[in-house]
Ligand binder design. Structure first.
Ligand SMILES: NC(=O)c1ccc[n+]([C@@H]2O[C@H](COP(=O)([O-])OP(=O)(O)OC[C@H]3O[C@@H](n4cnc5c(N)ncnc54)[C@H](O)[C@@H]3O)[C@@H](O)[C@H]2O)c1
Length: 346
């Protein structure tokens, strides 16, 4: 499947990486730099270097994990580009998960006011979510506080990378996949439910089908609301609770795991506020997947953290709440209502 438009060209198909050479050629860049992290670089850089087929491709490695998404990384990369005489006609390729994609996109958008940029996402989360839509950024006095919207020239989504992904990172991505079903597509939700065991085995046909469908959904949402002024906010389903849980656990609970707990919490609030009836369907699927659906962190602490967060004001919390599977609404909910609903545990 090839999607084109203001989101750049997105190629998502089996062995999509074979298109890399022609995509690079089409841009005819003055120089090429592949930004990757230490884990991904070790496994995949040589392969990508061969696929590009140019004699000179530079590699820039960053620390793996959230700490790589820093001003220091951005600054080192800007310096490398300046010293290496990169220009606006050079190409910077992000090869990695959301961390690499976010910091590389940010640098590509700001270096000389924007140079060519491409994404090769290697985590499931990056393939179905972060590499699509043009949001980027670094952590600076808070997560994702500095960033821009900048669309890549091309994005190559190849599920082959998932083979080497650690199990936890795989589950992390499945949480976001389940999220798409709940917010956007009932049929897709029940399709995942039927096929969860096959998906967990990373069976290639099913993985391919699911990744393609998620990319399609994300593109549809982003094209309608690139700047996250309306519809795109539904992608934050489960994330308001999730971010608070992640933070309170000192990031020991991983993003997707926190979002999983957050989705169950949002569903329970929805049960009261919108009359949502399928909390158990959601819980069951998350449990079958191997994702957590509750936490020992006290709900008072979680809500307190949410109120501090940028998405809450005047004691009201803005939540994405399902009305039914596949359909959500954005609503302000009183802090006390959230507390009362969830005080007996999520
Ligand atoms: N821009 C957006 O729209 C958007 C959306 C969602 C999340 N994000 C951001 O994405 C980041 C999280 O991304 P992530 O979950 O991909 O994590 P990540 O980039 O930290 O990658 C997770 C781990 O997996 C390793 N890894 C990646 N691909 C691998 C592979 N194929 N084989 C073996 N190891 C591999 C990495 O080295 C890392 O240790 C967060 O910073 C988040 O803010 C951005």
């Amino acid at each position: 499947m090839i999607l084109e438009g203001k989101i750049g060209r997105i190629i998502v198909e089996e062995n999509a990486i074979q298109h890399l050479k022609e995509e690079v050629k089409r841009l005819n860049p003055s120089k090429v730099c592949v930004v990757t992290d230490k884990n991904v670089g070790k496994i995949w850089f040589e392969n990508i270097f061969k696929e590009i087929g140019l004699k000179e491709v530079e590699k820039f490695e960053i620390d793996a994990g959230e700490k790589g998404k820093s001003l220091n990384t951005a600054s080192r990369l800007w310096k490398k580009l300046i010293e290496g005489k990169y220009t606006r006609k050079s190409l910077i390729i992000a090869l990695g998960g959301g961390v690499v994609g976010d910091v590389t996109g940010f640098v590509a958008s700001t270096f000389m006011r924007g140079t060519y940029f491409a994404q090769i996402p290697t985590t499931l989360l990056a393939q179905v979510d972060s590499s699509i839509g043009g949001k980027n950024g670094i952590n600076f006095h808070g997560k994702n506080m500095i960033g821009t919207f900048y669309q890549p020239s091309f994005t190559i989504v190849d599920t082959k990378f998932i083979e080497t992904l650690p199990e936890n990172e795989f589950l992390n991505g499945i949480a976001e996949i389940i999220k798409y079903g709940i917010i956007f597509d009932r049929k897709f939700f029940y399709f995942i439910k039927e096929n969860i065991e096959t998906l967990k085995k990373k069976e290639s046909d099913i993985l391919q089908k699911i990744v393609e469908k998620c990319v399609e959904m994300k593109v549809e949402i982003v094209v309608k609301d690139e700047r996250e002024e309306g519809l795109r906010r539904i992608l934050n389903f489960g994330h308001t609770f999730g971010h608070a849980i992640e933070k309170l656990s000192n990031y020991r609970i991983k993003h997707g795991f926190a979002v999983s707990i957050g989705m169950v919490m949002a569903c329970k609030v929805a049960e009261k506020v919108t009359g949502f009836k399928q909390v158990n369907d959601v819980k069951e699927l998350l449990e079958k997947t191997g994702l957590p659906t509750s936490t020992k962190i006290h709900i008072d602490k979680i809500v307190e953290e949410m109120v501090r967060d940028k998405k809450a004001w005047y004691g009201k919390i803005v939540l994405i709440l399902p009305q039914e599977i596949g359909k959500v609404t954005i609503q302000e909910v009183e802090k006390d209502e959230v507390l009362n609903t969830l005080k007996d545990g999520a």
